[in-house]
Design a protein around this ligand. Structure first.
Ligand code: M6R
Length: 606
């Protein structure tokens, strides 16, 4: 989604804006622009395309120079990617950048047209820029207040006024924005990585708080102009975490960071060999008394929830329903106050997940979020937060965030199973120890990359493939399939292996490779039969299985053999070859691995 950066201070702002926007590239974008105050005039440079196109344009047309400015990477919603639709928008006296969607922009536009305003772009943002101009009578904060009283929807806005050449203004509602602070100047940004090069200190802007930034400080006020004192936050991510560090792509780096990310996430939650989630506020007593558990999330995070469902139901014998957030929010779900609703989100800003959280709260359920980004909207709004500690995940394709989300699902399942008396303390300790062994086992699997690279070379010319599995393997293979399609653009579906015969097997030919995940010992024989069925119909099969089950080599064309662990833990190992296969297939196809087409890292609009 769109990325916002702003700076006012003692340094030339253009480099800072472009550098910050580069750090936000991972969010996905199709155009970029900046507005800089130069000699008391607003100078705007913007273009469709990449930041390199913007830099090129500035070389040709002249690079603005100034100490105060705003910048933007746009992910098109209203109007195609074009120079005109790119941000900033405004006129000679006001310029704005915006992330979010203004729902009532048509009404506002009609009103403004009746007042004599003309419009150039198809964007909702331009209506906000013109509405600011309409209300502007010399007091920027009052102007912003008047405007936010009228607009409906989600917004994070960075604003500069020609009459206030040494100030940046900002406000947000339902779209993320932070305010960074340093001795050399102050910043606004959609996310922490944009400012890490300059400072780790930042403020979280709450709903409809207005920030006024100058070179020497930041002031905050509410919609009644009451001053607000805010607590400074310190990012625990360092700059290296947001750099490639010698890897060809962020995705590859992040796959390799999984052992560390899991260790950092689970170690504070294991006390004396037992799972311990109480530091989040979720006591064992509370946990065992919920009537039902709902897990709500999108994409990869939802897939983590699916594995969570299998593990929690199997271990703790508690009913778990997994919902896609965009469905949950409109399906009038039967949630009650005795229920626990778990929201999983890497970014903590996904609009549908946030809306699902609000709905669950309205209905009186306890909400618990599993979130990677500290202070994000979902974290702030939920009753209980369990932070994952994956560090910044830059690649659009989620890998390490998924691994740490799974590790929290396991801890939760073990704790709940123990609290309910379904497993003994001894068993709980044993399982927790197994979880602690996972990072080491993943390190062993990471060396299988050449094997996966070879398998990728066999898949690269396919148009379509199937992932199959049963039970936990099925839940896991959904993530394998998503990973492959989102970065390599090869169509892929995941099927419950036992369901193939009911229709989908008709698609099997020698041009339809199959990846079978077969790590569950109790289901192995069954999955094997399904593998034989597809193989007999010409499919080239890759089997991801565990040591000791690979003896009949003829069953598959390619094998990836994983170390042995408890059945229930196997998804934590099998995720690695799936990620590698997707990664190397995309690399071999020459795809833009970290920034796949049409996708945004953080989906802050519906
Ligand atoms: O930030 P979130 O975890 O809420 O994001 C949810 C999905 O958009 C995300 O997991 C998406 O599916 C991944 N980019 C897929 O790799």
């Amino acid at each position: 989604m769109c990325g916002i950066v702003g700076y006012v201070g003692r340094e030339d702002c253009v480099d800072i804006l472009v550098d910050g926007l580069q750090k936000l590239e991972y969010r996905g974008y199709d155009s970029a622009g900046i507005a800089v105050i130069q000699n008391n005039q607003i100078v705007v440079k913007k273009t469709k395309g990449r930041l390199s196109d913007l830099t090129e344009k500035m070389k040709e047309e002249g690079r603005p120079k100034g100490f105060c400015g705003i910048g933007h990477t746009r992910w098109a919603t209203h109007g195609e990617p074009s120079d005109i639709n790119s941000h900033p928008h405004g006129n000679k006296r006001i310029s704005i950048v915006h992330n979010g969607i203004i729902e009532n922009y048509r009404e506002i536009k009609e009103f403004l047209i009746a007042q004599g305003y003309g419009f150039e772009s198809e964007t909702d943002t331009e209506t906000v820029a013109k509405l600011l101009d309409y209300y502007y009578e010399g007091d920027p904060v009052q102007t912003i207040i008047n405007v936010i009283k009228e607009v409906r929807g989600a917004y994070a806005l960075g604003i500069v006024f020609r009459d206030f050449p040494d100030k940046v203004f900002a406000v947000r509602k339902d779209s993320p924005l932070i305010v960074g602070t340093s001795e050399n100047g102050n910043f606004i940004a959609s996310d922490v990585p944009a400012i890490l090069k300059y400072t780790r200190d930042y403020y979280l802007l709450e709903q409809n708080e207005i920030a006024t930034l100058s070179a020497d400080g930041v002031k905050f006020c509410d919609m009644y102009k009451n001053e607000i004192k805010k607590e400074i936050q310190t990012a625990d991510w360092d700059l290296d975490a947001a750099e490639k560090g010698g890897y060809e792509h962020f995705m590859l780096k992040e796959i390799n960071e999984q052992p560390t990310a899991i260790r950092t996430t689970i170690s504070p939650r294991i006390v004396d060999g037992m799972p311990y989630l109480e530091e989040s506020g979720m006591t064992k007593e509370m946990l065992k008394n919920y009537r039902r558990i709902f897990i709500v999330a999108c994409g990869t995070a939802m897939h983590a929830g699916l594995v969570g469902k299998y593990v929690i139901e199997k271990m703790a014998r508690v009913e778990v329903t997994v919902d896609i957030a965009s469905e949950f929010r409109y399906r009038d779900p039967l949630i009650q106050k005795e229920d626990l609703v778990i929201l999983i989100s890497q970014s903590g800003e996904t609009a549908d997940t946030l809306a699902a959280l609000k709905l669950a709260k309205e209905r009186g359920a306890t909400t618990m979020s599993v979130v990677n980004v500290k202070g994000s909207s979902i974290a702030r709004e939920s009753d209980i937060v369990v932070y994952t500690h994956a560090g910044p995940e830059i690649s659009v394709a989620s890998t390490k965030a998924y691994a740490v989300q799974l590790s929290i699902m396991y801890l939760l399942a073990f704790e709940l199973a123990y609290a309910k008396g379904v497993i003994s303390e001894e068993e709980c300790r044993r399982l927790t120890k197994e979880l602690e062994n996972i990072p080491e086992k993943i390190e062993e699997i990471l060396v299988l990359k050449e094997r996966c690279q070879f398998i990728a070379s066999r898949l690269v010319s396919s148009e379509s493939l199937l992932y199959i599995g049963r039970g936990l393997d099925y839940a896991l293979s959904m993530e394998g399939s998503l990973k492959l399609k989102e970065i390599s653009y090869i169509h892929s579906e995941s099927y419950a292996a036992g369901e193939l015969k009911h229709g989908t097997i008709s698609l099997i030919t020698e041009d339809m490779p199959v990846i079978a995940v077969a790590t569950q010992s109790d289901l192995f024989e069954k999955t094997l039969s399904n593998i034989k069925e597809v193989k007999a119909r010409g499919a080239k099969v890759t089997m991801i299985c565990r040591e000791g089950t690979e003896d009949d080599k003829s069953v598959a064309n390619h094998l990836v053999v994983l170390p042995n662990m408890d059945d229930v833990m196997m998804p934590m190992l099998a995720l690695v070859p799936m990620q590698y296969i997707a990664y190397y297939t995309a690399v071999l196809k020459g795809c833009d691995v970290d920034k796949p087409r049409n996708l945004a890292k953080s989906v802050t609009v519906e």
